[in-house]
Unconditional design. Structure first.
Length: 141
């Protein structure tokens, strides 16, 4: 049974913008894991007022680019023997593939189904991504 207070071994995804934990749960396909996963919504945060936290009771590979795209303020803590052995601070990835879909109906990705949806970070200050093929801007929420 997973103890919400502490984790012996696993991953803690912390400082998630309040309300975004379910999107991360879905995108990372955490429902397919055989281990315990705890989602803590609207936890108190000194920095942001409220935050979400996801605790995974196993070591798994996590796509840090996907997490950084969803919320670059996330911190990923790797836990072993009840202690944080690694802490990863995220940032907006320079390139994402098949995380977002191009909304331009004339883009080649809407015709060529097997073609990956590739977006490049064109304005790091504003978090603006553009489609590699048609330059359509993608609005991050």
């Amino acid at each position: 049974m997973l103890n919400i207070d502490s984790l012996e071994k696993g991953v803690v995804i912390d400082h998630i913008e309040a309300g975004k934990s379910m999107e991360i749960y879905r995108v990372l396909e955490l429902d397919k894991l055989d281990c315990s996963v705890a989602i803590i919504k609207n936890a108190r945060s000194k920095k942001t007022g409220r935050k979400d936290i996801i605790k995974i009771e196993d070591r798994i590979d996590i796509d840090l680019d996907v997490l950084g795209f969803i919320d670059p303020n996330i911190t990923v803590n790797i836990i072993d023997n009840g202690r944080i052995i690694a802490k990863k601070h995220l940032q907006l990835p320079a390139r994402i593939v098949n995380v977002a879909r191009c909304k331009n109906p004339r883009c080649i990705t809407s015709v060529e189904q097997e073609l990956g949806h590739v977006f490049l970070l064109t304005d790091p200050e504003k978090g603006v991504y553009r489609c590699l093929y048609c330059e359509q801007e993608y609005e991050r929420r």
